[in-house]
Design a binder for this molecule. Sequence first.
Ligand code: HEC
Length: 467
Amino acid sequence: MSSMRGRWAWIVGWGLWTSAGGCGDPSSPPPATGTEGTSSTGATEAGTSGPSADDTSTGSVSEPDVTYHGDVRAVLERHCVTCHQPDAVAPFPLTTYEEAHALRESLVLSVEAGTMPPWMPGDGCQDYLGEPEFTDEERQLLRAWLDEGAAQGDPADYVPPTIPDPPGLSRVDLTLAMPEPYLPSQMPDDYRCFLLPWPEVETRYVTGFAALPDDLRTVHHMIAYAIAPDRVAQYEALDEADPEPGYTCFGGPGGPITSPQSAGTWLGAWAPGGITGDFPEGTGIAMEPGSRVVLQIHYNTLVGDLRPDGSAVQLRIDAEVERPAFSMLWADPAWLAGGMPIPAGEAQVVHSFELDPTQFMNLLTDVIPAGTPFQIHSASHHMHKLGTRAQQEILRGDGSRECLLELPQWDFDWQQAYRLADPVRFDPGDRLRLACEWNNEAGDQHVNWGDGTQDEMCLGVYYVTAL
Ligand code: HEC
């Protein structure tokens, strides 16, 4: 197959990982949680007044202008039904008039509140690839449909939407499947790691990542980690100690975390609606012979009948790349030594960290020399269940700030890597700042850094290359 690598420079695949939470900038109060705008177009009871004429548009007085088949169906197919269909991640389908009509109010409100389609980053920070392009026009259409009585209309008026193909991988060189199907059993969530082979016998670069989730009802996210040869034995021991396929893991691939970097190299990640595919053109993550891949899967198990899952990942692999990439994990090393206390009973706990990594880059990676500028291509964030807000930014040497990622409402279920539409340059003298906020008000345990479900983390993950 011919190479189409230039065609899609999407990177995203590598970074959808699983953490939760969102910490916001601790120096500013948390924004209200996304409910603005719901009343801007009038009360929903208007919908019961039937086919009233709408304001200024042409409208016939007796027939609603906006109907399901004429307008709404295409909007839902464009933005909603990938998840809202039978056997997919959303709890109910939106594929017929009856289904949409039954949920018409909450459907419109969720769109106006900005909670659907799901998209976690706050506005005004950065542009990312894969952001849902929901237009004001579409929003107004849904509102008008509701206000005019949510009519069905004539199926003959239906015009199928144009839905661009998801970018995907330009080439699949290796498919890594779970060694055997796994039946999730922990309720309501099962976090499981599977040790996958790495068959290459020379140094190779992973240049793209895609996920093949099997049971779309239960698989809520997948993250692939590269395990270097000298750490493989630790992971084999974890795998062998558990009689079922794989082993339990939560905040990472499972091995001991002695430094932020040892929390694992992210190869790629997927969550529903997330984009995966080729990494930025000319870049890739090196894998040595003798490495393994750990695939972490978060199963949501409250779906009724559970069935065995056999998910897999696909990788694009190249022998050489122009600019080797590095998955940089960012956290205060002091946090790992118990320096990230989140006391029981406290509602707003913030920890932040800022530092210029360029001076010691040689300790983190050999793909970017110390003291040189580098490029950030994507940003991800990881916390656990107590997280509420997150912020990542660059404090420039000249005193200005550049936001990288802001998550005003952290949600553990919707972790992914956010591929920057334009890579961001980081210069020596800049500082990379990470801030996390948690709510432990209801807790009776003091919480600190760790990779278990009762622990917390505050981690920025960046796909970076030399300039
Ligand atoms: C990426 C997958 C995805 C897409 C796309 C998506 N949804 Fe959802 N939706 C979900 C999931 C999953 C839930 C269950 C609650 C949760 O996990 O957040 C949900 C819940 C809902 C709910 C229940 C109330 C709420 O807000 O949680 C409504 C209403 C809804 N979706 C409407 C929509 C509409 C309308 C669209 C399209 C404009 C849409 N969704 C697009 C995944 C999706």
